[in-house]
Design a protein around this ligand. Structure first.
Ligand SMILES: NC(=O)c1ccc[n+]([C@@H]2O[C@H](COP(=O)([O-])OP(=O)(O)OC[C@H]3O[C@@H](n4cnc5c(N)ncnc54)[C@H](OP(=O)(O)O)[C@@H]3O)[C@@H](O)[C@H]2O)c1
Length: 260
C-alpha cells in the first residue's frame, strides 16, 4: 500500500463497463476500509462498495469525513442493539468516533452522557449530549449514575474500571483493543460468564452503511465535526497534528486550495 486514506468524497470521473448505479459527474462519498488509497486525486471503488451519492446541500468537505468515525460508531451501536430510552455513556466524545457516536445515539433516542475535556464541553452539548462530564475535573468511572452501555471511543478506559458503571447485564464497548489487547478476548469470555459483558465488533463497511449515513446527513441528524483542513501537499503536517491525539473530530485533506 503506497497511498493511505479510507474515506473520501468527490465526483465520479469515469465508470467501468457494467456500472449501473453511478454515472460520470455524480457527487459521491464513501469508505474504502481495506484497500486505502483515498488520500489522492483519484480512487477506484467497486459500485457495490461502501459508496453513495451525496445529499445535494452537503459539501465535499462535509461528506469526506462522514463515513469512517461514524461507521465505527455505528458498528458499535448496532452490535449492542442500543435503542431509544437506554442510558449510554460515551468516553472520548470529541474524537471522530466519539463525536459521531453521540449524534447517532441521540438520533436513536438514547440518553447520552458524554465525557470530554473542559474546553470542549459546549461543543459536545451541541452534538446533543444530555449530560457532560469533564474528565479533567472528575473521574468518570466514579460517576454515581449507571448505564446500559459504556462506549469508550478513545481507548482510555478498561472493562475493569467501567464495570461498576454498568447496570446488571450492561455492555462495555470500545473502539480500541484496550490494555494488553484485552477487549477482543473479553468479548469472547464475558458472554460465557453471564452478567455484564464486553463487545468488540469487527466493523462492516457496505453500501447500506453509506446510504444510512447519507440519510442522516440529508436530514441533519448527523454532521461531522471538522477540526482542521489541510491541502494535499500539507499532508505531513496533517498527520503530525492527528498524531498528537488531540484532534477534535476530523481533519480534512482537500485536493484543492482550502477555503478556510
Ligand atoms: N478514527 C478511526 O477511524 C479509528 C479506527 C479504528 C480504531 N480507532 C481507534 O479509536 C480511537 C479513537 O480514534 P478517533 O480518531 O475517533 O479519535 P482520536 O483522534 O484518537 O481522539 C482524539 C480525541 O480524544 C480525546 N481525548 C484525549 N485523551 C482523552 C481522555 N483521557 N479521555 C477522554 N477523551 C480523551 C481528545 O479530546 P479532549 O480534548 O476533549 O480530551 C481528542 O478530541 C483510537 O484509539 C483509535 O486507535 C480509530
Amino acid at each position: 500500500m503506497t497511498v493511505l486514506g479510507n474515506e473520501f468524497a468527490g465526483a465520479v470521473e469515469a465508470v467501468g463497463r457494467g456500472v449501473t448505479f453511478f454515472e460520470v459527474g455524480d457527487r459521491v462519498f464513501g469508505y474504502n476500509g481495506t484497500r486505502f488509497g483515498a488520500h489522492a486525486e483519484y480512487v477506484a471503488m467497486p459500485q457495490d462498495g461502501s459508496l453513495a451519492t451525496m445529499p445535494a446541500k452537503v459539501t465535499y468537505e462535509e461528506a469526506a469525513p462522514s463515513t469512517e468515525g461514524s461507521h465505527y460508531a455505528l458498528s458499535l451501536i448496532r452490535k449492542a442493539k442500543i435503542r431509544s430510552g437506554q442510558d449510554v455513556l460515551v468516553n472520548g466524545a470529541t474524537g471522530a468516533i466519539g463525536s459521531a457516536a453521540v449524534q447517532l445515539l441521540k438520533h436513536l433516542g438514547a440518553n447520552v452522557t458524554a465525557v470530554c475535556a473542559s474546553e470542549h464541553l459546549e461543543l459536545v452539548k451541541g452534538l446533543g449530549a444530555d449530560r457532560v462530564i469533564d474528565y479533567t475535573a472528575q473521574d468518570f468511572t466514579k460517576d454515581p449514575q449507571t448505564y446500559d452501555v459504556v462506549l469508550d471511543a478513545v481507548g482510555k478506559s478498561s472493562f475493569g474500571r467501567c464495570k461498576r458503571l454498568l447496570k446488571p447485564g450492561g455492555i462495555y464497548l470500545s473502539s480500541d483493543l484496550g490494555p494488553l489487547s484485552q477487549n477482543p478476548i473479553l468479548a469472547l469470555i464475558t458472554p460465557l460468564v453471564g452478567g455484564k459483558r464486553v463487545m468488540f465488533p469487527i466493523p462492516k463497511d457496505d453500501q447500506e452503511m453509506a446510504r444510512y449515513l447519507k440519510g442522516l446527513l440529508e436530514s441533519g441528524a448527523f454532521k461531522p465535526v471538522i477540526d482542521r483542513r489541510y491541502r494535499l501537499d500539507q499532508i505531513v503536517e496533517a498527520y503530525t497534528y492527528v498524531e498528537t491525539g488531540q484532534k477534535i473530530g476530523n481533519v480534512v485533506i482537500s485536493v484543492e486550495p482550502s477555503t478556510s
